[in-house]
Design a protein around this ligand. Structure first.
Ligand SMILES: [Zn+2]
Length: 300
């Protein structure tokens, strides 16, 4: 465990302040949105604003997970008994009637999470639900200034509590999340933010079956996009998700976009396909979720 702690210290020392080009693009979008107050989502295209971590941080995290799996968790995740319970604190931000999602939609969202994560032996329980009417947070939640205000006021619990916020982020992003490794550096920021209309029954078809929350919770549990790294040999840190040159947006036709073996992950929750196509986490992803939970969130 010493080695793991040493590596973890290094992550904290290096910090997560620097981000790669993908993240810079998102940050630019955030800045321009802050300045212009851009229009709301009009085209239902999945765009996730979760930043890509710097390569050197990903390497350290990968080594921590590898060591953990080698020395502390050798058993197959599929052979495990019992479930991990994750308590959800759900924060609805509304602007009058806008974004005032019903309790039924929230229950359906929790059910969608439970269906998606059942093979990972994870069960989500709604433990807290609050409604806040705040026009600035509702429309401005993608602006780091208002996001920070919102989370400082509403976030509760430690690293093991899943705080989900719904609001109306500006085009084109419909959700983002923090990674488990980032909790120590910035606990208040920890959580998942999603567009309210992506909840089951929301007004953003074909992205209204609840898969946006499932995707973002995937990041919160340590997963990267399946297309991360493109066709490079080292990509999303999971062995059984074939490399993809870019995000898939449809599951109608199977694609093989990289010379490396394997077809694109067009049914995977960590891709960009529409909700109805999202039906799978791979075995490798389920294992990474388990290790990330144990290392960075369980009991914290
Ligand atoms: Zn994402």
């Amino acid at each position: 465990m010493k080695k793991i702690c040493l590596l973890l210290s290094l992550v904290c020392f290096v910090g997560y302040g620097e981000m790669t080009s993908n993240a810079e693009e998102n940050e630019k979008a955030r800045s321009s949105q802050s300045a212009s107050g851009a229009a709301n989502v009009q085209t239902p295209i999945r765009r996730c604003a979760t930043p890509t971590l710097p390569k050197e941080h990903k390497e350290i995290i990968q080594e921590e997970l590898r060591l953990y799996e080698r020395f502390y968790r050798s058993s197959d995740v599929n052979a495990m008994v019992g479930s991990t319970i994750i308590r959800v604190y759900f924060h609805v931000i509304r602007n009058g009637r806008l974004g005032n999602v019903s309790r039924k939609m929230i229950r359906q969202q929790i059910a969608a999470l439970n269906k998606a994560y059942a093979p990972s032996r994870i069960r989500f329980i709604l433990s807290r639900l609050d409604y806040t009417s705040n026009a600035k947070w509702f429309d401005g939640c993608f602006d780091p200034y208002y996001e920070d205000q919102m989370k400082k006021k509403l976030r509760r619990g430690g690293a093991s509590i899943l705080n989900i916020y719904t609001c109306q982020p500006t085009n084109p992003f419909i959700g983002w999340a923090t990674f488990p490794y980032q909790y120590e550096l910035n606990p208040v920021n920890d959580g998942v933010v999603i567009h309210h209309a992506t909840l089951p029954g929301g007004s953003l078809p074909p992205l209204n079956l609840g898969a946006t929350a499932t995707h973002e919770v995937g990041h919160w549990l340590g997963l990267y996009h399946t297309f991360e790294g493109g066709c490079a040999a080292v990509n999303d840190g999971v062995d059984d998700t074939p490399a993809e040159d870019k995000a898939s947006t449809s599951c109608i036709q199977q694609v093989d976009s990289c010379p490396l073996p394997g077809l694109d992950n067009i049914f995977n929750y960590m891709n960009y396909v529409e909700d109805a196509c999202m039906t799978q986490f791979s075995k490798g992803q389920r294992s990474r979720i388990k290790s990330s939970w144990d290392l960075y969130r369980a009991g914290k």
